[in-house]
Write a protein that binds this ligand. Structure first.
Ligand SMILES: Cc1ncc(COP(=O)(O)O)c(C=O)c1O
Length: 383
């Protein structure tokens, strides 16, 4: 179902066409209001009860779990995607010669921990690169076969962050299972805008930074762990993740047992009093819109945007995009400061490599597309 413009839920100036959700999404007026209340409450700690250290964390955990078809027991609240990847890497045991596979030009938060792990454990970091005519799944499968199946960790996204090229995870999941390997997914650039469900993928870890397609405050991110990893080692040892932590009088009766499920991996100071109520509202709003509806609506918006750029010789960077995110490249050299020129005319987007990255959301309406048309003409001349 196509969702009608949601611009009235945001405070966006009319002379701005913001096409940069992949950089950071704006926050709804409801989130701003809830955030202001939460900050005012934090300013008065006598209004924050001991129970409040637990309640919103559990609400948010459950909301994220629903979004990916998991149980709340499997979800930890973390500060950044890199933190979740570091948890996964910390709990991997590789033999010398085994390999970790990532995509070419993958986002660094899902690469640096693997570089370190490879170095520490004598493993190899394999980089899958697409050949002409190949999609990402084909490149991953070919690279794995060329390495004679030595891959024990597949650290992948659902779409490439730079241009939205999809990674068909269902085609890769079978291979992961056959090799007895682990699947670590960074879905930061797709979750909330592209349907995703752990069912059928059997991932070991799923990580998402919250501040892009999930509309969450900066600093609130999510980690799903499959049950076999519940006994793993967390990055930090904080008091609230131990059994009995709700008894504020007793934290020096040092407790060897952790809270159940994935809670041992929650970040320190997880009860972000100012931020969690906004994150809960963000996930509620996404649930109300419906991810399938968001995807269909953004795909339609992107088709219109692609047509506007096509008049200037821009085509999809990879031949295939995702509903929400696309990279466009020019057939001729575009002006050196295309992004700056468009920004001057009110259109905010990013350049990633050679591609103009287009990342709209439900606040982009017909007036925005008219503004984009005028901005392209002002920057590139008449088509
Ligand atoms: C694919 C991907 N993962 C993660 C992040 C953010 O990483 P972190 O939360 O570690 O800052 C980004 C930011 O652009 C991204 O594109």
């Amino acid at each position: 179902m196509i969702i009608a413009s949601q611009r009235d839920k945001f405070s966006m100036p009319r002379d701005l066409c913001y096409l940069n959700a992949a950089y950071m999404t704006p926050q709804t007026l409801a989130m701003q209001e809830i955030g202001a209340e939460a900050v005012a409450r934090r300013a008065r700690p006598w209004r924050i009860s001991e129970a409040d250290f637990f309640s919103d964390v559990e609400r948010l955990r459950a909301a994220f779990a629903r979004l990916i078809g998991a149980s709340a027991e499997n979800v930890a609240i973390i500060p950044a995607a890199s933190y979740g990847i570091a948890v996964a890497a910390r709990n991997m045991k590789l033999e010398p010669g085994q390999a970790i596979l990532v995509l070419g030009q993958q986002f660094p938060s899902n690469v640096y921990s693997w570089m370190r792990l490879a170095e520490e454990q004598g493993a190899e970091l394999l980089v899958a690169k697409r050949r002409a005519g190949e999609d990402w799944a084909e490149a991953v499968i070919r690279t794995t076969n060329e390495a004679a199946g030595r891959v024990q960790v597949f650290a992948l996204p659902q779409v490439h962050w730079s241009d939205g090229a999809p990674v068909d995870l269902h085609r890769i999941a079978g291979l992961v299972g056959d090799l007895g390997a682990q699947l670590v997914l960074d879905v930061t650039q797709s979750l909330g805008a592209v349907p995703f469900d752990i069912d059928g993928l059997n991932p070991d870890y799923v990580i998402a930074a919250g501040y892009k397609w999930l509309f969450c405050p900066y600093g609130i991110s999510f980690l799903y762990l499959a049950e076999p990893h519940f006994e793993g080692v967390p990055l930090e040892e904080n008091w609230i993740n131990r059994m009995g932590s709700e008894d504020f009088a007793g934290p020096v009766d040092y407790e060897p047992r952790y809270l159940p499920g994935a809670r041992r991996f929650d970040m320190g100071e997880r009860a972000q009093f100012g931020q969690l109520p906004m994150a809960i509202e963000a996930l509620r709003q996404i649930d109300e819109w419906g991810v399938q509806n968001i995807a269909e609506t953004l795909a339609a918006t992107n088709r219109e945007i692609a047509d506007l750029f096509a008049a200037y010789g821009f085509v999809a960077a990879t031949g295939q995009g995702s509903p929400h995110l696309m990279g466009l490249v020019a057939d001729q050299e575009p002006p050196a400061d295309l992004v700056g020129g468009l920004a001057g005319a009110g259109v905010k987007l990013s350049l990633r490599g050679r591609a103009v990255r287009i990342a709209p959301h439900l606040y982009n309406d017909a007036e925005d597309l008219e503004l984009l048309g005028r901005a392209l003409e002002a920057t590139l001349g008449r088509p």
